[in-house]
Ligand binder design. Structure first.
Ligand code: MIG
Length: 728
């Protein structure tokens, strides 16, 4: 039995039992109007004692999108996925879970619809794996909310989803610049060196991260006085160079007498409790720690205020890690190993081999056990005690809420960069995620491209992966190709792990440095387009990055997973395979203007007819395509976002009839855009005879724009260019 509520004319909620109020959905649902129903559209429902199973028969050609941060193809068919947030740095093809749990699907085919299962513990999605035509969703509970979006328009499904869960988060404009990280830069001097290297080598850069080693003994909200004697001055000095410092923060609070965060948490009962009612102990980087109970609002307020430590230094970006929460081991886990050792000692000669293998298995399986997650508890605001396992997927979500609420209070009217590793639907309105611990593998570039699209359709517009790969060693070629992809992802950060080959752009050869510098400069040249498109995407609830099949009717686009729309006018087709000097590209429906991009200054353009094409792209070249009657807006690259006023724009357009573009801009750092303080330039270009008629209308009541001149490079369907400019 389900209670059915109408949410909008396209969206219905089917409620089973008494679901946990996760906080994912923020739309108001009129709970006075409901209907009791025993079936759901599109699904057969089977109830067992401890689970509810939904099955949907997929037609042969149906494509299934969604599941946000998960491995496998963009079309999720043919695989099993498990929603249970997991810290697993081995993203091999057989893995079923990553850091986020995103139970959202779009079934696109004979019958098209979308769904969200709002349930914060394990859910299994068998998308045509066991039976290739059956989608089977197993929820091991009777208490959950099941939303169905009824429209065959995929973009509309996303819009409905965002109406339910909130508009995407908007970072400061500088967060669209290039960002550099490493686990770890071990000292203030190292950070200062990295920063000056960027400026010396004229590589644009906006952000440098300090990973866990800036802390004193991994104690959160401290800095190590030996290695970082004056963190605050470092932040201040680098700000003058346009470089923002973003520190990492983990949830685990080190158990140490006299350490204020520990003492306050303990005194106020802010930590998760074990079965015995005592503060639960789990080992992470700082050694033995307690986990703050983020499901409780007092704890969130307390934790949120802690970020003052950073905001007082002028910091405007926070990187929250390890919030699945990751556990290296628990005392129970150690005891499990100890028991196997005792059994080994007691075992007879002929059982020794098995006993040793048991020790080995127990020791290598100490981390992140589900039984550990089952052995601690949260206390909700109304005093209810909840087992962690039942709400497991919400821990990162509520840590992010603590940070977002805290930062909003500490920085009224300002924007901030806020990253989380673990996530749940709805987190996208408070901050964002990166894709976790990938590797310097070519396969992970493709995973990055696919996840970028899957995350965007769930409102995580501003996202990206560790460029160059986190684990393993990057080859110069991989780094270059990944930088080319990263330049066309909203979150563009080069990050790598302890012990791997250093991955800053100057760590390889001269050619690699020169190519990657050009790529970063190209990224900054694109900033007017990127930012304008991003803001328009949020405004209209249209994903910033979209699969081709979300834009074009052409059935073939359903097979295209490694090309994507980046904003409304640009399609990106990154080269993601080793030793390739080009790639095949499918161009749907219309003509496209190809830019084999390398240096911003060199615009080598060519018109292509729709269809399949082999596009040559040498190591330094990125295949970009401007849509027919679309345009991109560029400017001279800078060393960092906002280094100078943008006084000149260059519009590169491909116009065969009429093209319209709405250019958007604002101050980039405040929330004043919410009060209407933003500027638009409406650009109209119409083909007239052999030339073009260009019309500009500026709307800038708050005097935000400093643009004096707009240059036009407009191509017609033969690839002829007309160059002109207008003062505004
Ligand atoms: O156990 O802080 O995903 O980006 O560099 C590893 C060290 C902990 C995992 C994050 C990664 C970060 C690393 N962290």
């Amino acid at each position: 039995m389900f209670t059915k509520f109408g949410v909008s004319n396209l969206t219905s909620l089917y409620r089973s039992g008494k679901p946990f109020a996760t906080g994912a959905v923020i739309a108001t649902i009129d709970e006075s109007k409901f209907q009791q129903v025993s079936t759901l559209p599109h699904f057969d429902v089977e109830e067992t004692e401890d689970s509810v199973i939904f099955t949907h028969k997929m037609a042969k050609g149906d494509v299934v999108y969604g599941l946000g941060e998960s491995l496998g193809p963009l079309n999720k068919r043919g695989r099993i996925y498990r929603m249970y947030s997991t810290d697993d740095p081995e993203h091999t093809p057989d893995k079923k879970s990553l850091y986020g749990s995103h139970p959202f699907l779009i079934i696109d085919g004979v019958s098209t619809f979308g769904l969200l299962v709002d349930y914060p513990s394990e859910i299994i999605f068998d998308v045509g794996f066991t039976n290739k035509d059956i989608l089977k969703i197993t929820i091991p509970s009777h208490n959950f909310d099941f939303y169905i979006f009824e429209t065959d328009d995929k973009q509309k499904i996303v819009e409905e989803y965002l109406q339910l869960t909130g508009k995407p988060y908007i970072p400061p404009k500088w967060a669209f610049g290039f960002q550099q990280s490493r686990w770890s830069y071990f000292s203030e001097n190292e950070i200062r060196d990295v920063a000056s290297k960027f400026r010396e080598l004229s590589i644009p850069c906006d952000v440098i991260y300090t990973d866990i080693d800036y802390m004193e003994r991994y104690k959160v909200f401290t800095t190590d006085k030996m290695r970082f004697p004056d963190y605050a001055s470092m932040v201040k000095d680098l700000a003058k160079e346009g470089i923002k410092i973003v520190p990492i923060i983990d949830p685990g609070v080190r158990i140490e007498e006299g350490y204020p965060v520990y003492e306050e948490g303990k005194r106020n009962g802010y930590f998760c409790k074990g079965k015995d009612g005592k503060d639960y102990v789990a080992a992470v980087w700082p050694g033995l720690t307690h986990f703050p109970d983020f499901l409780n609002s007092d704890v969130r307020t307390w934790w949120g205020e802690k970020y003052k430590f950073f905001t007082d230094m002028g910091i405007r970006g926070i990187w929250n890690d390890m919030n699945e929460p990751a556990v290296f081991y628990t005392l129970d886990g150690v005891n499990r190993v100890v028991r196997t050792i005792e059994e080994f000692e007691k075992s007879d000669e002929e059982d020794k081999l098995d006993a040793v293998l048991n020790v080995r298995d127990a020791a290598s399986n100490m981390a992140v056990k589900r039984e550990d997650y089952k052995s601690f508890y949260h206390r909700l605001d109304d005093g209810t005690i909840v087992n962690h396992d039942d709400v497991h997927n919400l821990y990162g979500f509520y840590m992010t809420k603590a940070a977002a609420d805290g930062l909003s209070k500490l920085l009224p009217g300002e924007r901030y960069l806020l990253l989380s590793r673990s996530s749940y639907p709805g987190l996208h309105r408070m901050g964002t995620i990166w894709m976790g611990d990938n590797k310097s593998w070519w396969e992970h570039m493709l995973a990055n491209i696919r996840m970028l699209q899957s995350l965007n359709m769930m409102g995580f517009f501003y996202t990206g992966a560790d460029v160059g790969g986190f684990g393993s060693d990057a080859s110069p070629e991989l780094l270059i190709r990944w930088m080319e992809l990263g330049a066309f992802t909203p979150y563009f950060r080069n990050h790598s792990a302890l012990g791997t080959r250093p991955q800053e752009l100057w760590q390889f050869d001269e050619e690699t440095l020169n190519i990657t510098r050009d790529i970063v400069r190209l990224r900054y040249a694109f900033l007017p387009y990127t930012y304008s498109e991003f803001m328009n995407a949020v405004e209209t609830s249209t994903p910033f990055v979209m699969p081709l099949s979300f834009v074009f009717e052409d059935e073939r686009t359903k097979d295209i997973e490694d090309q994507y729309m980046y904003g409304s006018s640009l399609m990106v087709a990154p080269v993601h395979e080793q030793n390739k000097k080009g790639r095949y590209v499918y161009l749907p429906e219309s003509k496209w203007l190809n830019w084999i991009a390398s240096k911003y200054e060199d615009r080598e353009m060519k018109v292509y007819e729709p269809g399949d094409h082999y596009i040559k792209a040498d190591l330094h070249e990125i295949p970009l395509f401007i849509k027919q009657n679309g345009m991109i807006v560029l400017t001279e690259p800078m060393n960092y976002v906002g280094e100078r006023y943008v006084t000149e724009l260059t519009v590169v357009g491909f116009v065969t009839g009429h093209a319209h573009y709405d250019y958007y801009d604002d101050d980039g750092t405040s929330l004043n855009y919410l009060k209407g303080e933003y500027a638009n330039i409406s650009i109209d270009i119409a083909k007239e005879g052999k030339g073009f008629k260009i019309n500009l209308r500026k709307n800038d009541p708050n005097d935000i724009l400093k643009i004096k001149k707009v240059r036009f490079e407009i191509y017609d369907d033969q690839g002829n260019i007309q160059i002109s400019s207008k003062m505004i």
